[in-house]
Design a protein around this ligand. Structure first.
Ligand SMILES: [Zn+2]
Length: 259
C-alpha cells in the first residue's frame, strides 16, 4: 500500500455482462480505492456517478480514474466521473485519466483537457500516481486493447479486468496483497471460441489462477447473470476450497479494508 497501513475499497456495483447491465439486478458502477494518498476510481460503468453520490464517495478528491476497456459495463460514466473530479471541468488539478487505447480514443478532447494527465497504456507500461506505481497488465478480451493493473506501494493490489485465463496471468499477478478478479460466469464452455461473450474467466479458471498466483485476499466481482443464479457466495466458497486462497464475493456498496 502507498503510505498508510490500510487499503480501503468501496464497491459501487458488482455486476457485469449484458443482461446484468440492462436489468441492473446488480449495480454496475465500478469501485473506489483509497490507499495512502491515492484516491482511484476503477471502471465507471452506468450508475457510477449516482451511486457514488448516494454512498458519499468524495469524487472531487480523486487522483485518477482507471478504465480497463471500452465496453459499456466498464466505461459508460467515464466523462461524468471526470466532471465530478474536476468541478465540472473547471479545475485542472492532479487528476489522471488512465485507460485502454480504445477508451482514451473514445473520450472527447473537452474531457481530456480537464485532466492533468491522460495515459493510454499498453501492457507493462507504468504511471506514477500519488506515490504509487500503476503498471498496466495484459488481458485477453474482445476489446483487444483491454488492460488490468498492478498497483505497487507498500501493498500490491492487482486487478485482472475482463480476460480469459492464460498462463502468464499467474506471473503478472503473483503474490498480490489484494487481487480483484472479474469472475463473470460459473462455467464457460465457449472460452476457446471467437464469440463476443466468451472472453471471460469462469469459476474453474479463477480457482486455478488463484491457486497459482497466491494473493493474500481475492475479491470476486463483475458477476454475469448465470453467476448470480449460481450464487456468488457459494462460488467463492468453492474457489476458496480449491485454491487455498481467502476469497470474498463482494456485494453492491460493500466496503472492504485490509486491516
Ligand atoms: Zn468487457
Amino acid at each position: 500500500m502507498c503510505g498508510d497501513l490500510m487499503v480501503y475499497f468501496k464497491f459501487l456495483g458488482t455486476g457485469g455482462g449484458r443482461y446484468v447491465l440492462i436489468s441492473q439486478v446488480r449495480a454496475t458502477g465500478g469501485a473506489y480505492l483509497e490507499s495512502g494518498k491515492l484516491r482511484l476510481y476503477i471502471d465507471p460503468g452506468p450508475g457510477a456517478l449516482i451511486h457514488s453520490i448516494r454512498e458519499n464517495v468524495k469524487l472531487s478528491k480523486l487522483n485518477a480514474l482507471f478504465v480497463s476497456h471500452n465496453h459499456a459495463d466498464h466505461r459508460t460514466d467515464t466523462e461524468v466521473i471526470i466532471e465530478a473530479a474536476t468541478n465540472g471541468c473547471t479545475r485542472k488539478k492532479d487528476f489522471f485519466l488512465i485507460g485502454s487505447k480504445n477508451v482514451i480514443n473514445s473520450v472527447d478532447d473537452y474531457h481530456k483537457r480537464a485532466c492533468s494527465g491522460v495515459f493510454a497504456l499498453s501492457p507493462e507500461e507504468s504511471v506514477k500516481i500519488a506515490g504509487c506505481k500503476l503498471t498496466a497488465t495484459k488481458a485477453i478480451h474482445t476489446e483487444k486493447t483491454c488492460i488490468g493493473f498492478v498497483l505497487e506501494g507498500k501493498e500490491k493490489i492487482g486487478y485482472t479486468a475482463d480476460t480469459l485465463y492464460f498462463s502468464k496471468l499467474t506471473e503478472i499477478f503473483r503474490n498480490c496483497d489484494v487481487l480483484i478478479v472479474n469472475c463473470t460466469v460459473p462455467r464457460n464452455p465457449y472460452k476457446h471460441k471467437e464469440i463476443e461473450y466468451a472472453r471471460h474467466m469462469d469459476a474453474f479458471d479463477v480457482a486455478k489462477f488463484l491457486h497459482e498466483a497466491k494473493p493474500n485476499l481475492a475479491i470476486l466481482w463483475h458477476y454475469g447473470i448465470s453467476l448470480l443464479r449460481a450464487d456468488p457466495e457459494k462460488i467463492a466458497k468453492g474457489i476458496e476450497k480449491k485454491s487455498g486462497v481467502k476469497t470474498l464475493a463482494v456485494k453492491d456498496f460493500q466496503e472492504i479494508s485490509t486491516n
